[in-house]
Write a protein that binds this ligand. Structure first.
Ligand code: HMG
Ligand code: MG
Length: 290
């Protein structure tokens, strides 16, 4: 039997948050319902952030109330603060994610807080989520390249990853937010992170702006990482990372890792249908890269 690789589907969150057109709730619900049939163990359909910052995600609670939850799927959401966590618990999320950054510039742009302040804010959040029996993951954005500060020292990514791990996040997702990271730089970053956090607790989150996400996933596989975030149909981007339009497509990651002999448990035909749905929703991303 082949070794497992998990594709963590983030399209309905990381993808749709970046769309210029305000997508009707029912379209989001239909996409999540289609994804729930594909064989994913985890899907991220919601983001309980400030609606003033990301209006596209304002209806996350409603999306969660209207989807048909599949028994074998966990539904996760982003929560930047206590208000977000309260909303996530009300929506009965299976897991939440706090999200930090390896640079001050990105942290300020994305969270209106310094790296240190954001991490201090996450400590009680993580403890409270765990006390509610909710899973907790921590994202680190801009692990190799930052739109505001350029090349990011590997130790900066490792520091934030270690802090999130120590405060109780059971999985650390390493965000190559810009999709510019050369495989050699991803390799150096992972070497630094792995001195602090075990491979079994890491996930790779590679945007594909420069067409390098699949190469970077191969680098991460060689380091023992076995969870990869991806967006159906290549939906994606971060509204606070200028020039980061595309998440790596779940279909492409599925094809790559299967070709390398891993098992993802995904139904490729159902995934392709969900991909068509996602692309049809993608009418004009924020920066015109749709
Ligand atoms: P702030 O403006 O400093 O916060 O933003 P605030 O506490 O002053 O709140 C401002 C207003 O928002 C207030 O409303 C709050 O009540 C409200 P007002 O009093 O003015 O009417 N508010 C909320 N409402 C609902 N839910 C909440 C919430 N929080 C505040 N949770 C804050 C600070 C952290 C809230 C803001 O910066 C924020 O929401 N940031 C999130 C930005 C974001 O979502 N970025 C994209 C996701 S991260 C990403 O894509 C990267 C990733 O994919 C990995 C990678 O690729 O690298 C994960
Ligand atoms: Mg992202």
């Amino acid at each position: 039997m082949s070794a497992p690789v998990e594709i963590f589907e983030v399209g309905p969150r990381d993808g749709l948050q970046n769309e210029a057109r305000l997508i009707p709730t029912e379209e989001k619900v239909a996409l999540v319902d289609a994804l729930s049939e594909c064989g994913f163990a985890r899907i991220e359909p919601a983001s309980f952030v400030s609606p003033k910052w990301v209006p596209q995600m304002a209806d996350s609670g409603e999306v969660m109330a209207r989807i048909t939850r599949a028994r074998n799927v966990q539904y996760w959401a982003l929560t930047p603060n206590a208000q977000g966590l309260d909303r996530a618990i009300s929506a009965k999320m299976d897991g939440i994610a706090v999200f930090g950054a390896a640079t001050e510039g990105f942290s300020q742009a994305n969270l209106n807080a310094s790296v240190a302040d954001s991490l201090a804010r996450f400590v009680p959040l993580v403890a409270e989520a765990r006390a509610h029996g909710v899973g907790v993951r921590g994202y680190v954005s801009v692990v190799t390249d930052c739109p505001f500060e350029g090349a990011v020292p590997p130790a900066a990514a490792a520091d934030v990853a270690e802090r999130l791990w120590q405060m109780g996040c059971t999985e650390i997702s390493l965000g190559e937010t810009l999709g510019k990271g050369l495989p050699e730089r991803v390799d150096r970053m992972l070497t630094a992170v792995l001195e602090r956090v075990p491979a079994g607790a890491l996930a790779g989150h590679f945007h594909d702006t420069g067409g390098r996400a699949l190469a970077n996933i191969e680098v991460a596989l060689s380091h023992g990482v076995r969870v990869f975030d991806a967006s159906v149909g290549g939906l994606g981007g971060c509204p606070y990372a200028p020039g980061a339009p595309g998440n790596v497509a779940s279909e492409a990651v599925d094809a790559l890792v299967r070709g390398l002999g891993y098992e993802t448990g995904l139904d490729a035909e159902k995934l392709a249908r969900a991909g068509q749905m996602a692309r049809a929703m993608r009418k004009g991303a924020v920066d015109g890269h749709a």
